[in-house]
Design a protein around this ligand. Sequence first.
Ligand SMILES: [Zn+2]
Length: 117
Amino acid sequence: MHELGICRSLIDVALAAMAERGTSGPAKSLQVEIGRFTAVVPDSLRFYFDVLSRGTLLEGAELEIESIPLRTRCRSCAQEAEPELPSLLCLTCDGVVEVVAGRELRLVSIDVPEEAA
Ligand SMILES: [Zn+2]
């Protein structure tokens, strides 16, 4: 269950970004990109988000999660693949592959409703 720690840092980053912007109103939604290779379970992350965001400007905000497929590239033949399961061997030549996408875990944007003048 590493979603708890991830969620905590996600909330820290979001709150810091909102403070920097001088936002005082609550956030409506958060857009997050999560690579498949991180093995983060979106439902689990949402659950922790609901719990940890209570009492902050993020309370009640919707967590919009975009899943980034795992993408690997072979070090020998440069063949790229999008394996369903993390595989560290090239399907073409059995060479060792490196992960080129799927490790992402980042906050893309925060939607805050326009504050009433
Ligand atoms: Zn290969």
